[in-house]
Design a protein around this ligand. Structure first.
Ligand SMILES: Cc1cc2nc3c(=O)[nH]c(=O)nc-3n(C[C@H](O)[C@H](O)[C@H](O)COP(=O)(O)OP(=O)(O)OC[C@H]3O[C@@H](n4cnc5c(N)ncnc54)[C@H](O)[C@@H]3O)c2cc1C
Length: 666
């Protein structure tokens, strides 16, 4: 195998740009449905739209076979409450999420997810993803149902979170998309949404885009468009050299979907909601350190002297037996599970965990650092399912963690596995390897806000639908993204069937082409995309961090605008890749502005949104208990008020099921 070093030593120079470059060449693609972002949500949208007989194009920044946060795999699938073993109903699950978040999550999207998550997983099974213990490797285990051979996580009694062998899930979706005739355009990124007459707030009729290898320009015309570009990374911090290995995110997640939606006039909610930033260069490779939760849920943790750390239930009562870690305790309806896109849990749905006062007890000397995972203390089936099945299938773990550790001689039957040594508060975090404590407190991430959609998962713009985890209000994680993508794809196809031919506005296309290529025409002394991205992150950290007021927010807006009109306007791209990254910087600034504008509109602090206005310090004043949908109209901010339970109020019906039955496309 030849390495990068071999190449440089052999040739004494960096390689030439390996693709033919054709800046300015225009390609036109016409389809019924255009999906922007070919992650798990996007491919599901594409597959389901194509199955309904529509012509579908996918516009993907990376390569859809493995791209996105879900590209490297998944080991547990949430929200599958309609599986034959589940004791939880869609109403129970939706209400539990909604109540836990005190209403600050899209209940309608949650309901759609729980109605269809299991069916979506069955679809994945048909595509070739293993979702059952077909070889009977875990026969007789507490977490296995003998009849269906399904295996469950977190709550072995209520059985709604399914363990899956998902290392190949993205590849299988990709193959299915190809099989049903979806046209996938890889290495392409959008620069804007096309709208009727080029007007903000008008019907969406496709997108313009640039190929980040050839530099060619694309005009995608489509009757319906689905945005499925995932979340927004790189907004509050930027550490690209280490991000790839230690991030839960994806370097391509630069908020482009949100930015083009905002510029087209789409409505957003809760963009002011942030949480402590995680990872992105500061913590450890995902799942690479000992932990008791998430994929490692239930794993015994011992201290440097081999003394085991006890477990507590959701009410901080001791759990005596290992089996109790996987069961709801007295007073609990069921355990919701972690990694579902909500940040607060009512006690009756919260997970069991290591003792809540572990940091203090370490400080007092009761437990001695470092801590270790001791998988040998688990029953054999639990041990094998964690270090084997789960770690072998979870995203970014099969090769970097499972293979590397196994080849290096790690044997879970005898060896201990060290936890990070970190400030003590980190031992209260459910993911030791990701503990926010390892990330400077100035760093935040967007957390739960996104596009506002109706019961069809349509935005306020005709022709524009959203399928996603990260950027959909009410979205969740992996299974939720598949499920919302599948639902959005069906609705987009249904709409496209009767929609008129999409007409692109020539002026809009020309203006976009000029804008997209402007970095190529700048002087070579101009800044590069990395400097600009670092500056954006600095402005967001300083002026829209955890604590803010009117002045800091307005200063942030001013500085973002100065950056855009000076350094970014004169920034230089020397190849199509850099051009793509600079275009992402434009999007990051746009999303930064959206976040700051949303923050200015909420003149109250809010604990669930982790939103702290120093000029409005009173926490959760009841008169601010409302959503503030925000959009652009004639390039000016327009805000309205919406009750948290708008999805069960007129014009909608008052029950979840009635709305679902009325709106779902069968
Ligand atoms: C290591 C890891 C482990 C995880 N484990 C689990 C788990 O076990 N269970 C669980 O529920 N969740 C898990 N998640 C979360 C889950 O993977 C995500 O919630 C899910 O992948 C989101 O799906 P998505 O399609 O919305 O976004 P993504 O999967 O991120 O896909 C977005 C797609 O859009 C593309 N894109 C982005 N920008 C552009 C652009 N400008 N133009 C065109 N295309 C663009 C991207 O390249 C990508 O293909 C994990 C995540 C990680 C990183």
């Amino acid at each position: 195998m030849s390495t990068w070093h071999d190449y440089v030593q052999r040739n004494g120079a960096l390689p030439e740009w390996p693709y033919p470059v054709n800046y300015g060449k225009v390609n036109e693609v016409v389809s019924d449905v255009l999906v922007i972002g070919g992650g798990v949500a996007g491919l599901q949208a594409a597959i389901n739209a194509a199955r309904m007989g529509t012509k579908v194009a996918v516009l993907e920044r990376g390569h859809a076979k493995r791209s996105g946060s879900g590209g490297a795999g998944v080991d547990h699938w949430h929200g599958a409450v309609t599986n034959p073993c589940s004791k939880v109903t869609p109403e129970m699950y939706t209400q539990a999420c909604y109540d836990s978040m005190q209403g600050w999550t899209g209940g309608h999207v949650r309901y759609i997810i729980t109605k269809e998550s299991w069916d979506t997983l069955l679809d994945c099974e048909k595509m070739g993803v293993q979702i059952r213990d077909a070889k009977d490797e875990f026969k007789g285990a507490d977490f296995r149902d003998e009849k269906t051979k399904l295996m469950f996580a977190y709550d072995y009694k209520n059985r709604h979170i399914i363990r899956v062998w998902g290392y190949n899930i993205k590849v299988k979706l990709y193959e299915e998309a190809k099989r049903v005739g979806v046209n996938i355009y890889n290495r392409v990124m959008p620069t804007c949404l096309l709208t009727t007459g080029g007007k903000q707030g008008a019907k969406v009729v496709g997108a313009t885009a640039v190929n980040t290898r050839t530099g060619e320009f694309y005009v995608f015309r489509a009757k319906a468009t689905v945005i499925a570009t995932g979340g927004v990374g790189r907004l509050f911090d930027f550490a690209p050299e280490v991000t790839a290995s230690s991030s839960m995110g994806d370097l391509n997640a630069a908020g482009v979907g949100e930015a083009i939606g905002w510029n087209a006039g789409a409505e957003f909610v809760c963009m002011e909601k942030t949480s402590p930033g995680r990872l992105a260069g500061y913590a450890y490779a995902p799942y690479s350190m000992a932990n008791a939760h998430n994929t490692y849920h239930g794993t015994p943790i011992v201290d440097a002297n081999g003394k085991e750390v006890p477990w507590d239930d959701a009410f901080n009562r001791p759990i005596k037996k290992i089996q109790g870690r996987f069961l709801p305790s007295e007073g609990q309806d069921f355990i919701l599970g972690e990694g579902i896109g909500i940040s607060y849990y009512l006690e009756q749905y919260r997970n069991n965990g290591l003792i809540h006062d572990l940091p203090e007890r370490i400080r007092e000397g009761e437990f001695k650092l470092p801590l270790y995972a001791d998988l040998t203390r688990l029953p054999e089936v639990e041990r094998r399912s964690i270090f084997g099945m789960m770690v072998g299938n979870e995203g970014k773990t099969r090769i970097p963690i499972y293979d590397t550790m196994t080849k290096a001689g790690f044997d879970p039957d005898k060896d201990l596995f060290q936890a990070p040594v970190m400030p003590l508060e980190g031992y209260n975090h459910s993911n030791f390897w990701a503990a926010g404590i390892n990330t400077p407190p100035t760093i935040r991430s967007l957390a739960g806000g996104g596009f506002l959609v109706d019961w069809n998962q349509r935005t306020n713009l005709k022709g524009l639908y959203i399928g996603a985890g990260g950027n959909l209000f009410g979205g969740g994680c992996h299974g939720e993204s598949h499920t919302t993508g599948r639902y959005a794809g069906r609705h987009a196809a249904e709409y496209a069937k009767t929609a008129p031919e999409p007409v692109a506005d020539k002026q809009q296309v020309e203006a976009e082409k000029t804008r997209a290529y402007s970095a190529l025409k700048q002087g070579k002394e101009g800044n590069g995309w990395k400097e600009i991205n670092a500056a954006i992150a600095r402005i967001m950290r300083d002026y829209c961090g955890q604590y803010k007021n009117e002045q800091t927010l307005n200063l942030g807006l001013r500085l973002l605008n100065e950056l855009k009109t000076t350094e970014l306007a004169s920034a230089y791209a020397s190849n199509p890749h850099e051009l793509g990254r600079l275009l992402e910087c434009h999007s990051l600034i746009t999303v930064g502005e959206l976040v700051i504008k949303a923050s200015l509109e909420r003149k109250a602090s809010n604990s669930i949104l982790d939103f702290h206005r120093l000029d409005y310090p009173a926490m959760n004043p009841p008169e601010w208990n409302k959503l503030l949908p925000i959009r652009q109209e004639d390039n000016k901010v327009s805000v309205r008020e919406l009750p948290l339970d708008f999805h069960l109020k007129a014009p909608y019906a008052s029950s979840y099921e009635e709305n679902y039955q009325k709106h779902c496309v069968k």
